[in-house]
Design a protein. Structure first.
Ligand code: BGC
Length: 706
């Protein structure tokens, strides 16, 4: 019999990171008391700048714009932002500044790897630095808030937006989300080098049915609590000023009109005091969802459920009538406005509404930023196979081929103000590195050299991302042929793949001697690839999403449950294992794990133990290794994942060196929502594994005790 121990204290939030001071709250109260209902509703509206070019000045002056969303850089210049802000400050009755927003997702002018790629670095400092650099470029350009990070746990590579999250794991989305929020927001949001972070898409979007974008989801309350909500909590605890609600419904209740998620959980339980913002037209679409019969009803359902600001669709204009009719209390509107104004104060917009547009150019795409993009690109790459053909020598001859050899299409889906003209291609990267000492020959097929051929494969940035869902994630036929034909010529084939989602690579496994997953690495793509190919950077990325053997295995992820008859958990034609598992990635050196030790085999519910392991670099090169610790709760009130990542570290280990890696495992790392949806610790037996991937074998056991 297992004893439950309620650990509600463990989910207490860092409300101090959120709350503004009482002086500001008083200012907000005073301001609110002066506002008309129309002006209040104006604060809750986020029109799209690009679409309001004709009457934009009048709308601002009338107090109808609380924030602007824009996606087109032609409309979004620093001086234009200042001009519009000036109208808000000087021409609107109460002079309330506007929040300018944009999708700064993995960079602004300098583009870094797509989020799925960056997560494969398992490097949280790097993620923070990347966000911080992006914030600086964006804020100097006049952007106050970004719609990022995206922390939708996703396990379906058919869904194009898997590229935007940090992979299939709850912990990784949580810690990368946190690091990213911290990087964007810094310590002081009023400083013109930090931007507000709007974490998205709240919640469950990653489970869109069948991997089709913007579809409904079926998510039990328990799964919501254990899998889909935790990354958002982590971002909110890190101080994210806004939360964007998703397009999908959650078991029938659209996320943008979902009282449970927005009010009960986010605001009441977590103490979030920023504002919620709908995704693009999501309030209008409540009618398509079939929960509202007209615009007014859609607006009422959204605001009454806790949605503060609406993006694009102007449904909230109907709220004037709703308040007059008594369908929405004015206090509900006031509370939403208070949240928006609070963030405007936090962003320093009342004191300092303008940006120095002369400085803007100086911070864009600097050498320093490019350097970071190059580093991030290389750290994100995952070496899946290597028959010893990598790293390459910098002299001699190299044949290059494939559609991505000279492509600048390496920026991914959201590219901010990035310009593909600034992208370093693979061939350029190789030439930069080898300075004329390596002869480059184009085309693998025409010549019969018995030499190494580098084939650059992949998908365009327009093939993944929003609305870009596909039924078949197998490497395209023409690319398989290229690899096969090169091999048939007796060449050593190195495949570098620029993909935005896990691919089925089974068809090339017997033909490629080396496979390097490069994702879409961003502006410095070619230099970063060359760093890895020639061994100046020893690859250390590890997959954060499983790569299936076949499409039919999807969805496939490491943390599924064992279920009742595991031996039958397979297909007639194939087992249930992925081709490459979560956490997998090779290096140019090798690591050996031994000596797994625990300070105790019992863990008290208010205590912690240490888990240590020796990691030896048995190869000839220095390298970094992502050391991963997994647990399994053997008997609980609900069936728990067969393995769950709870800790990781990424030490740099010299050739021949052994490092002892020590993890502090606290009882709180084991807490979860139980059968009664209570956040608890349940005493009992646990298995534990430590190693270099989710398949690691060195294991131990411990018991959690009262
Ligand atoms: C996307 C969001 C994005 C928003 C604004 C929506 O279609 O789902 O992720 O932030 O547009 O561009």
């Amino acid at each position: 019999m297992r004893v439950l121990f309620c650990v509600c204290c463990l989910i207490s939030v860092n409300i101090f990171a959120q709350k503004t001071d009482s002086v500001t709250e008083k200012k907000i109260t005073t301001l609110l008391s002066k506002m008309t209902l129309e002006e209040k509703i104006g604060q809750l509206s986020q029109p799209v700048l690009d679409e309001h070019s004709k009457d934009v000045e009048n709308e601002i002056a009338a107090g109808k714009v609380g924030s602007f969303c824009s996606f087109n850089k032609r409309h979004y210049t620093p001086s234009e932002r200042n001009r519009l802000q000036k109208i808000a400050i000087e021409k609107s009755r109460l002079g309330i500044p506007i929040i300018f927003t944009y999708d700064v997702i993995h960079g602004f002018s300098t583009i870094y790897p797509i989020s799925l790629g960056l997560s494969a670095s398992w490097d949280l400092n790097l993620a923070k630095q990347v966000a911080s650099m992006a914030a600086k470029e964006a804020r100097y350009y006049g952007i106050d808030m970004t719609f990022s990070p995206m922390v939708d746990v996703s396990r379906d590579p058919r869904w194009g937006r898997i590229s935007e999250c940090y992979g299939e794991d709850v912990l990784l989305n949580s810690v990368f989300g946190k690091a990213t929020v911290e990087g964007y927001q810094g310590n002081d949001l009023s400083k013109h080098e930090n931007i507000g972070s709007c974490v998205k898409h709240f919640v469950g979007y990653g489970l869109s049915m069948g991997g089709r974008d913007k579809q409904f989801t079926e998510i039990s309350k328990n799964t919501l609590l254990n899998t889909y909500l935790p990354p958002f909590k982590s971002a909110v605890d890190a101080g994210a000023v806004s939360v964007m609600t998703a397009f999908n419904d959650i078991s029938g209740i659209p996320a943008s009109a979902n009282k449970f998620t927005m009010t009960d959980v986010l605001k009441d339980q977590w103490g979030f005091d920023g504002f919620t913002l709908s995704d693009w037209d999501a309030v209008l679409e409540l009618q398509n969802h079939g929960i509202a019969g007209n615009d007014k009803e859609a607006a009422e359902k959204a605001i009454n459920a806790g949605l503060d600001m609406e993006m694009r669709s102007d449904m909230y204009l109907n709220l004037v009538k709703s308040v007059k009719e008594g369908n929405v209390k004015e206090s509900v509107v006031d509370e939403a406005v208070r949240r928006v104004l609070r963030i405007k104060y936090k962003l320093g917009l009342f004191d300092n509404p303008y940006i120095d547009d002369k400085k803007s150019n100086k911070v864009q795409l600097t050498e320093e930023n490019r350097k970071l993009a190059r580093k991030a690109g290389a750290e994100s790459m995952v070496l899946l196979k290597n028959n010893g053909v990598l790293p390459l020598g910098k002299k001699g001859r190299l044949i290059i081929d494939g559609p991505f050899t000279n492509s600048k299409d390496m920026l991914g889906w959201w590219i901010g103000n990035g310009d593909d003209q600034n992208v370093v291609t693979v061939e350029e990267g190789i030439r930069n590195k080898t300075a004329g000492k390596l002869q480059i020959i184009h085309g693998s097929l025409s010549r019969n050299y018995d030499k190494t051929v580098l084939i650059c494969l992949g998908e365009s940035g327009g093939n993944f991302g929003e609305s870009n869902c596909i039924t078949d994630v197998t490497i395209p036929k023409s690319q398989i042929e290229l690899v096969k034909e090169a091999k048939a010529k007796g060449k050593n084939v190195i495949a570098v793949i620029f993909n935005g989602r896990p691919w089925v690579l089974t068809p090339i496994m017997d033909y490629a001697d080396a496979i390097l997953i490069a994702w879409h690495p961003g502006t410095e793509a070619g230099n970063a690839v060359a760093d890895v190919l020639f061994g100046d950077v020893n690859p250390s990325g590890k997959l954060t999403c499983s790569f299936p053997k076949m499409n039919g295995q999807i969805p496939i992820f490491y943390s599924d449950r064992i279920s009742g008859r595991p031996r039958e958990n397979k297909y007639k034609n194939i087992d249930a294992n992925p081709l490459f598992e979560f956490g997998f990635g090779l290096s140019y050196t090798k690591f050996e794990y031994s000596n797994l030790k625990m300070s105790s085999n019992t863990l008290k519910k208010d205590g912690s133990i240490t888990v240590s392991i020796d990691v030896k670099n048995i190869g000839k090169r220095e390298g970094k290794e992502v050391v991963q610790l997994y647990i399994h709760d053997k008997v609980a009130s609900i069936s728990r994942p067969k393995r769950e990542l709870v800790k990781f570290a990424k030490p740099n280990i010299k050739a021949g060196e052994t490092q002892t890696i020590t993890f502090n495992l606290s009882a709180s790392d084991l807490a979860f929502y139980n059968i009664d949806d209570q956040y608890t610790l349940e005493s009992g037996a646990y298995d534990l594994w430590v190693g270099g991937s989710s398949n690691c074998e060195l294991s131990s056991k411990f018991t959690l005790e009262d």
